[in-house]
Design a protein around this ligand. Sequence first.
Ligand SMILES: Cc1cc2nc3c(=O)[nH]c(=O)nc-3n(C[C@H](O)[C@H](O)[C@H](O)COP(=O)(O)OP(=O)(O)OC[C@H]3O[C@@H](n4cnc5c(N)ncnc54)[C@H](O)[C@@H]3O)c2cc1C
Length: 441
Amino acid sequence: MKTAILGAGISGLALARFLIEGGLAKGDVSLFEAAPAIGGLCASKTVDGFTYDVTGGHILYSKDLAAMNWIKACAGGERAFVKRNRNTKIRFADRWVHYPFENGLGDLPQQANFDCLKGYVTAWHRRQVDGSAAPAAFDAWVRWRFGEGIARHFMDPYNEKVWKRPLAQLSSDWVAGRVPDAPVDDVLRSSIGIRTEGYTHQASFFYPSHGGFQAITDGIGASVLERVRLSTPVRDLVRGASGWRVNGEEFDRVVSTLALTDLPGIVKHMPRAPAEAMAALEYNSITCLLVALDRAEHPDLSWIYLPHAEQGPTNRVTYMSNYAPGLAPVGKSSLLCEVTHPGGQPYPGAELEREVIEGLEAAGVLQAREVLFTDRTSTRHAYVVFDHGYGARRRTALEWLETVEITPLGRFGRFEYDNSDQCVIKARELAGRLLAQARAG
Ligand SMILES: Cc1cc2nc3c(=O)[nH]c(=O)nc-3n(C[C@H](O)[C@H](O)[C@H](O)COP(=O)(O)OP(=O)(O)OC[C@H]3O[C@@H](n4cnc5c(N)ncnc54)[C@H](O)[C@@H]3O)c2cc1C
């Protein structure tokens, strides 16, 4: 069964490995990768001794222990990873606010604390009285769930920075299970200064000891590397007699991790309805700026959120050199700043570096004179945007792919908010199905 896997990010690499480990002949698996290296969104880059994850700071964490252990084993075993305690904060003017925000109200200035507590309790009480269902629009959901104060002081400005759209255009579907749900007692405690922890399921995480997060995809890819055709973009997919031709070559089966939005330009003779649905799926791009610092020490932080406009265009800063020894030269340190922009639109201009550094200086995160240099990487597909048309468009796209037997996989292959562990879990499930089919057929 000649199988083409389109894309050698973690999804494509994991699938290839599961298929081969499950008994498929190695020579029957081919991966097509447009970039000159494997890794996709998990890639890292080293510049003058500073290593950073090119699509924002990545951490390894999974509720699926088997998947996490498999990832670790592929990348050198337990000893090839360091374990870190997550220490995340929100920078609010000159204060550090405990994360999640509603568990940190006592860290706020008094008026903001009052606004947030009043709003939270009012929203909570209203839900108890009217039993209302979660609103469909994200901005209304924020008020329904957290109240007016948290919306105004944190959720609105932060989410506007990340999503770059009016929040009414977003649906609330994606927040279920992602935005922590604090009990009202915890919020009352936090407001008067009794420390409460939200979001405890991710209290610690793992990170490769060497080479950045890319060590994970390098490890998964090591045993299938000879099957990866690097610098080979898939330009056309044409239906053959009993499979698909990929760039003119026949395959029995195609698994695509390419972004759904790109498929109408690649799959020949795609009918109008799925082509329009795919092209209309919305996403955000990201530009990540490494800031190399002539400073040995960092506060002991994992990452911070910068919700306010005065803090510059960055929404999240990873304290990159805290993740593992060797990510910065001895006596130096690094920050990794994430700036999002609407997908398909031009990347932020030459002013980005200045705006980011001025914003971080205004936020009290660094001093401009400490900056040694910056390095930036832009990634077109970074975030799936859950607008109100997302569900219907995605369904149309996936249903059509199923009818023509192109199997979608991966974060943008299926247009899902998946982290790398979920990509591995889904690759494992798909490999199980494909191997069973191969055995049966
Ligand atoms: C800001 C940010 C932070 C994140 N943080 C974390 C985190 O902390 N922990 C975590 O586990 N996950 C995190 N993730 C998610 C994680 O990066 C992704 O889930 C995962 O890397 C997706 O892998 P993939 O293989 O599905 O897709 P991709 O990595 O996008 O792989 C697709 C591959 O296809 C290739 N390709 C594209 N077009 C073509 C073409 N025409 N022909 C051939 N090849 C092509 C691409 O070059 C790419 O290599 C984060 C993501 C973002 C954006």
